[in-house]
Design a protein around this ligand. Structure first.
Ligand code: IFM
Length: 426
């Protein structure tokens, strides 16, 4: 039953969210757990020196001055990460103390099925304990099954490029759902398929660095088939809600009067936001939206952003974009969860404003009928930002990577107030 928009209250300064709204944050296994052995951990070994060298030409002067860690090859090795695998209890206590009532995390496929067809009971037991720990703290688990990393046996035969990927993924999803399903209401099959398609295949900068348009199209198809097969597999054994996490970019033409810019925008929007949804039609119980980017499209396909508010990674901060994204999703008539939205901000000077302003626009979309039922800030902890390594700091909680000490950032307390109140004050 939709919450929106009748049961939300609003006066000039206080914006209430629907009753039962999920407030939380998100992580992914490879970025926080530590000790993973998968295609990414292998790739990091062979590429950390190169990435450290190339940082000199990649980043702006202000970024290089502020984050000299980027020149250290160790920055690019996920290694023990936040040791969340062993410290999840402490981390969930932090989330609870910050008034979260939900948490999104991912299960690491390479732990569950380290060899083809051989499932590891001990590791399933680990994730059973993780879920139990969340439930004990009244944190509703949202569980992702594939957040980009592949077991080595699967990577060896092409990972998502292999046409049997959907079969393997469906089998893994079914096993996990059989083992853990009784305590899970929300499954997210694949995380941001388009990020992998773009970075691993179209641009060829992430493992397996296969720059090929044909491969990119193949992976589109295989990942969509994988979602569909997991959707069916999970529904044979449970009534839980199943969706996939979609990276949704807000696109605008650079010049509103340019036919070429508008045509280029349509192409970008199709491949970026729409194609995966089309390929998984009728196989989504909810929509999981992840918002980071606003692209102004200047033909042919160049992004020309003029907004000067930037994150530490140089990404434009454009809160209004989330409103347009949510309004666009309204037509699907499905519940919507914002399963990621966040920024790298080591000084924590922009995070509170970032969260509040995005929530202002989320609230406006709800008022206008978008059935948004939850918001997960990315991320609970500072973590391993893939090929950029550890220097970008996305966490509500700061991690000292030497001592692994956790420290709550001031913005996390401001967000905690929102979570506890179920409203924002503007
Ligand atoms: O860190 C990533 C996450 O793994 C997927 N969504 C975007 C985040 C920030 O880049």
């Amino acid at each position: 039953m939709p919450f929106a928009p009748t049961n939300i209250l609003m006066n000039k300064k206080t914006l209430h969210f629907p009753a039962g709204f999920f407030w939380g944050s998100a992580t992914s296994a490879h970025q926080v757990e530590g000790g993973n052995v998968n295609d990414w951990s292998e790739w990091e070994k062979g590429n950390s020196e190169r990435l450290a060298r190339e940082a000199k030409n990649y980043w702006q002067d202000w970024q290089k001055a502020k984050f000299p860690e980027m020149f250290n090859p160790r920055n690019y090795i996920s290694g023990k990460a936040c040791d969340h695998y062993n410290r999840y209890e402490e981390d969930f206590e932090l989330a609870k103390s910050l008034n979260h009532n939900a948490h999104r995390f991912s299960i690491e496929w390479s732990r569950i099925e380290p060899e083809e067809g051989k499932f590891n009971e001990k590791e399933i037991g680990h994730y059973r304990d993780v879920i139990k720990s969340l439930r004990e703290k009244n944190l509703e688990p949202f569980i992702t099954l594939w957040h980009w990393t592949n077991p080595l046996w699967l990577a060896k035969i092409g990972g998502p490029e292999n046409k049997k990927f959907a079969y393997y993924f469906g089998r893994y999803a079914k096993f996990v759902a059989e083992q853990l399903g009784d305590s899970v209401n929300f499954w997210i099959t694949v995380n941001e398929p388009t990020s992998v398609i773009a970075n691993s295949y179209a641009r060829g900068i992430w493992p397996p660095q296969r720059k090929s348009f044909l491969s990119a199209l193949k992976v589109y198809k295989n990942l969509a088939a994988a979602h569909n097969s997991a959707f069916d597999a999970i529904h044979t054994i449970s009534k839980a809600n199943v969706g996939f996490a979609n990276l949704l970019t807000f696109y605008e033409p650079y010049d509103k009067n340019s036919i070429l810019d508008k045509a280029a925008l349509k192409v970008a929007e199709y491949f970026g936001n729409k194609k995966f949804l089309n390929l998984t039609k009728n196989k989504n119980d909810f929509l999981a939206a992840q918002y980071y980017f606003h692209h102004r499209i200047k033909f042919p396909f160049k992004n020309k952003n003029e907004n000067k508010a930037l994150t530490d990674m140089g990404w434009e901060i454009y809160p209004r974009g989330i409103y347009h994204i949510l309004k666009e999703l309204k037509k699907f008539n499905l519940p919507i969860y914002i399963t990621e939205n966040g920024l790298a901000d080591a000084e924590d000077s922009r995070r509170e404003k970032f969260i509040k302003e995005h929530l202002y626009w989320v609230h406006k979309a709800i008022r206008e009928g978008a059935d948004v039922r939850g918001y997960f800030y990315w991320s609970l902890l500072d973590n391993f930002e893939w090929d950029k390594g550890f220097w970008p700091r996305f966490g509500l909680v700061e991690i000292d990577y030497e001592t692994l000490e956790r420290k709550i950032r001031p913005s996390a307390r401001a967000y905690a107030e929102i979570c506890g109140n179920n409203y924002i004050k503007m």
